[in-house]
Design a protein around this ligand. Structure first.
Ligand SMILES: Cc1cc2nc3c(=O)[nH]c(=O)nc-3n(C[C@H](O)[C@H](O)[C@H](O)COP(=O)(O)OP(=O)(O)OC[C@H]3O[C@@H](n4cnc5c(N)ncnc54)[C@H](O)[C@@H]3O)c2cc1C
Length: 444
């Protein structure tokens, strides 16, 4: 192994982890560095937020996943710089700065939420990108019902029971559907002063239809299914303002109105990792409006055949920001490094799916368009297959039986810290908790 090429991978999401695993039998030394100690199955975050799954089921420890892969090691750290000329990655972890040299680099740092220039919205309407986000949202969703039970002012009670989801893509649709199900079935008999079934769930989408990428027919079907559940679907509306009290929206004719809502969820827009800009500056590659870096057809950077960028942070031929693009991109990069051949990346589209409620989903697989129970069963199977590890798969299955057959939610635990920690940390500043002093070390 000594003398084998050093491959550094940034990120433990779909792109990073699947790239690392693709090196299992190869004579390389892999260092995977990520700011989270887990691999996150983002498509199921909404189930953590709405009490169906626990966070452990969708976020196994990366170290555990790779424990049998002797040529791979895992480092926890936030990558703060990449020096393409010196071939060095710099990462930081609570006052420890590490410099990690590489022969080959795969960057798969993903994307975060975009508020389209209105960053202040995020204080009142968290996105859904991380485990922290999902737990915060769980606290806010269940917390709104608790507040409604306590307050006596009817207007405030209505505000607490009004949920606004911004963004009619798969995440927005899934979250809105789940909150509606929660209120109509799971929580229906749990309160004494309020009737949770009276909760309003409003889904706001700027485009003329929700789930635009699924085509007209599936989009219409999804809208009707949501409406059956009691979700108010507002298409052609954009959010013009958002604060603690509610949301201001504007229709296509420019008419503005206000929705009073305590619990708002932002599921619109993505912004690539800032590492894309760092790489673009040094390689001369372009970045698009979402901050994604334009890569060469073989997923490398211009003038840097040793550096690959995969997944949500790269732009190539309009490929969507979905798990399969990241997985296949990560594997392509690994294969290119091992074979030393630089071939164009070809993406195999395996289709898209979105659940609406229990036993109801839409799926578009090639020419096949599925709806209802069949689509939902296909969704369940595919997601079960991609959850990492038998333990997690088994646990997910048990939780799904509880939620979809029994209509219960096994993961309703919420804490005050879940809701307050993000904003509290922002207030005390980046330097919290204090560390003695920055120590620098080179990693071989
Ligand atoms: C709520 C939600 C639902 C989704 N649903 C679907 C779906 O149903 N189907 C589908 O195909 N796709 C879905 N997606 C999209 C899919 O999850 C992404 O396309 C995929 O995760 C992208 O993989 P990635 O490896 O590029 O990035 P990610 O999976 O986001 O991984 C990025 C990794 O980089 C790490 N990282 C970031 N910055 C740094 C840094 N500076 N230093 C070190 N590490 C860093 C992160 O900790 C993380 O480990 C969904 C996404 C979300 C958010």
């Amino acid at each position: 192994m000594v003398g084998a090429p050093r491959v550094v991978i940034v990120g433990s999401g779909f792109g990073g982890l699947f790239a690392a695993q693709a090196f299992k039998q190869e004579n390389v030394r892999v260092t995977l560095v990520s700011r989270t100690s887990h691999h996150l199955f983002q498509p199921l975050l909404y189930q953590v937020a709405t009490g169906i799954l626990s966070e452990g089921v969708i976020a196994p420890s990366t170290r555990e996943v790779l424990r049998r892969q002797k040529n791979a090691r895992v480092l926890l750290g936030d990558v703060t710089d990449i020096d393409l000329a010196e071939r060095i990655v710099t990462s930081e972890l609570r006052g420890s700065k590490s410099t990690i040299p590489y022969d080959y680099l795969i960057v798969a740092a993903g994307a975060g939420q975009s508020y389209f220039g209105n960053d202040a919205f995020d204080s009142f309407a968290p996105g859904l990108k991380t485990i922290d986000d999902a737990l915060e949202l769980r606290g806010r969703i269940f917390g709104a019902f608790e507040m409604a039970e306590v307050v006596t002012d009817p207007a405030e009670r209505t505000r607490q029971l009004t949920f606004v989801v911004v963004g009619g893509g798969p995440t927005g649709v899934e979250v809105a559907g789940q909150i509606a199900e929660l209120s109509r079935t799971t929580l229906a008999k749990d309160f004494r002063s309020i009737d949770p079934r009276e909760a309003r769930v409003i889904l706001i989408e700027g485009a003329p239809q929700i789930l635009g990428s699924f085509g007209h027919e599936l989009s219409g079907k999804a809208k009707r299914e949501l409406q059956k559940l009691g979700v108010e679907v507002l298409t052609g509306y954009k959010v013009t303002d958002l604060d603690a009290q509610g949301v201001e929206i504007e229709d296509h004719a420019g008419n503005r109105s206000r929705v009073h809502s305590a619990c708002k969820i932002w599921a619109a827009g993505v912004q690539a990792s800032p590492l894309a800009a760092t790489l673009a500056e040094q390689s001369g590659a372009e970045v698009d409006r979402a901050g994604r870096i334009a890569v060469q057809p073989d997923l490398t950077l211009p003038g840097h055949p040793e550096v690959f960028v995969v997944g949500d942070m790269m732009a190539l031929d309009g490929l969507p920001g979905v798990a399969q693009v990241a997985i296949q991109g990560g594997r392509h990069a690994a294969r290119s490094i091992v074979t030393r051949e630089r071939t164009a990346f070809t993406y195999l589209d395996k289709g898209s799916m979105a659940t609406i409620a229990r036993f109801s989903a839409v799926a578009s697989i090639g020419r096949l368009q599925l709806t209802g129970f069949i689509a939902w069963a296909a969704w369940l199977l595919v997601h079960l297959m991609y959850i990492i590890g038998f333990k997690s798969q088994f646990s997910a299955l048990v939780h799904w039986v509880v939620s979809f057959l029994g209509r219960g939610r096994a993961e309703r635990t919420t804490t005050r810290q879940q809701i307050a920690a993000r904003l509290a940390l922002r207030q005390v500043g980046e330097a919290f908790p204090p560390v003695p002093q920055v120590r620098e070390q080179a990693v071989d």
